[in-house]
Design a protein around this ligand. Sequence first.
Ligand SMILES: Cc1ncc(COP(=O)(O)O)c(C=O)c1O
Length: 399
Amino acid sequence: MSDLSRELVERIRSVVSKSELGNEPRPVNLHEPEIDELEKKYVLECLDSTFVSSVGAFIPQLEERIQNITGAKHAVAVSNGTVGLQVALFLAGVEYGDEVIVPTLSFIATANAVSHAGAVPHFIDSELGSMGMSPAALRAALEACVRENGVLINPETGRRIAAISPMHTLGHPVKIEEICAIAAEFDVPVVEDAAESLGSFVTNSAGDLQHTGTFGLTSMISFNGNKIVTTGGGGVILTNDDELGRRAKHLTTTAKLPHKWEFEHDEIAWNYRMPNLNAALGMAQLDKYPRFLEQKRRLALAYGEAFADVEGLKFVFEPEGTMSNYWLCAVQLDEPSLEKRDELMQACHDAGLLVRPMWNLLHKQRMYAGAPVGDVATATALHASLICLPSTPRLAQGL
Ligand SMILES: Cc1ncc(COP(=O)(O)O)c(C=O)c1O
């Protein structure tokens, strides 16, 4: 085992071993949801009500709670984040045959949602500070476009640039105000993939803390089992636009016109509703959300201290001017190297610490081999240098 591998294992252990969870005779997972009596109580209440499906009291409660946390005017609960992002793109005007600019360093759903909306992802680079979409790369991609009859066209593909979809990587806010300003210059809507960033805020230009997912025209947050708050499977579409908020609800609930018995639908729409059963689970999680957020941040602080003097790698702190939920804590190698990264990960796994790399770059996934892609040198370096650490909130016990 190399010195750096030994160091990495020891430093992670020094943090996680302060908690009961980190000392159990089993591997330490990347992220575990905390499910106990409160979740059972709410889910049982839901079962007893028999409203287990697409209507029920927990759904509007969950939507209201998310509005309160994020400050978004509208929150519409859906069955998962991927379909939420698809609808968020559709609401922003993305149509069949369009192109949507996305970061290549992201989870597959960022690109798949674009495909499901009928469009083609156009992959661009990330920047080091936030690990998210690079404003400079965005500007370069937009400046390379031409305007034909008022429509912004990528001359390489002939397709309309219909939206820009930045993502808040591992919960760390992307440079969203800068991205929105560039997008506005070129008159292209921003659809935020805020899947990972419930509880992450940016100090905006007015000096106020503003939640991620409330800067773009529309956005999505995921409640998948590995997120800071889970509904089992689920997500929410956010928007501050009243008409889009109304349409988000209408389109994700089969576009049925309200009537006591008639089945009249005014559009071809989706059944993407979050079941009440999932919302019940989510409400218990949201009751615990302030503690989860505090624990994630406390764990990050402890990792930050533990890695302060390690030569060869550093802990990834929240970008300046932001408050991250530290959904997944991460370390970054000074010298990007897939070989070194994998050697370190192997040592951690051998020691029962289930660390994880970043996702494979999206432009390299076989389905997207022919999609437009810019210079992605920084994303390539980040992919070869980041390792995500065990980040279950309960690991902060005893810190
Ligand atoms: C960046 C990103 N986008 C989209 C998604 C999709 O969310 P879901 O799994 O709820 O469909 C996820 C997480 O799963 C994600 O991490």
